[in-house]
Write a protein that binds this ligand. Sequence first.
Ligand SMILES: Cc1ncc(COP(=O)(O)O)c(C=O)c1O
Length: 380
Amino acid sequence: MRQLSEKISEIVPSATLEISNKAQKMQREGIDIISLSIGEPDFDTPQHIKDACIDALRRGQTHYAPSNGIPELISAICEKITKENNVPCKPEQVIVTCGAKYAIYEAMEAVLNPQDEVILLTPAWVSYEPCIRIAGGKTVFHPVNTKTFQLDDSVLERVNAKTKMIVVNSPSNPSGAVFNQYSMKLVADLCTDFDLYALSDEIYEKLVYGKEHIALASIGDMAKRTITINGFSKSYAMTGWRLGYAVAPLEIIREMSKVQQHSVSQATTFAMWGGLAALKGDQQCIEVMRQEFDKRRKYVLRELGLMGYQIAPADGAFYVFIKVDGDDMNVASHWLTNAQVAGTPGSAFYSPGWIRLSYATSMERLQEAMQRIRRTNGKK
Ligand SMILES: Cc1ncc(COP(=O)(O)O)c(C=O)c1O
């Protein structure tokens, strides 16, 4: 048989796979595994959002819709971006996608030419690099400061004539860090000075604890060079709906739209009506989830702190990122085998020596998990 695509075969399966495969095998054998490797809220989608989707189905919203999204949702996104994020936005600058992930993929396809370089700040979520690679670009990794998890001037050293874009994800998956004004301004200055695009993934913007989320596109001239990625998965517990969006300069949205038209056509029509209810409805549902996450976050931080771990500033999202002694794959494997707790090795996020634990699980399970880790570490 002929050789399959080299481009795709070069994409390595995520480092998380080994641990998660092992965890699943243990679960099938009847072992009580506590999974702290989860990347989605453990809450159900709020009822009013589900009702709006069901109502849309009843109204016959089961046909093709405009490729970039139903006008009602586009206009709600525009309003949200303008009012909440302080970013001017016209309807033509919005595209509704099959999850935020697809918006990222489309953005890379729209912007990158072969050999264009993209600065990826690490630790970084797992899907940016493969999307850059599929689009033909080259990822240039740059670690943030591993004490503050903020950016410093050293990022300048990564810029050369081939640099085209920088990816920012604040609040961050996996670190939970929220970029402050200084870091955001640094990104903005870099983009302006070297004429770069920025992809700003703000999907965790609503999950911040005592910190302010800053929209990159709201700084200086960044609206004309930023692709803002956002969605419904994390804020409204809608991971399975596959609904996200991007806001960007018109010329970029036009190109993203071509990718969308000739691949998935559009996001699911009735799901978009659910998304509209999410944006237009009572936002208290987010606050209820955020407060619950905050309680768990404080608990986990206290427990891990007592165990002596160095922890990244967990100011956002629903993850804690902890420094471990030795090889993170070995530690994760050791915890899985001996504590039956599944975490995600930092290597998966280009940050060996760290482990990500998600607190998107019940307080009871978190308490049990902390006890098990403490016992496994030889503490009472
Ligand atoms: C940082 C980040 N961006 C994007 C996504 C994808 O979100 P969606 O479910 O909307 O595709 C995730 C999901 O884990 C994420 O953590």
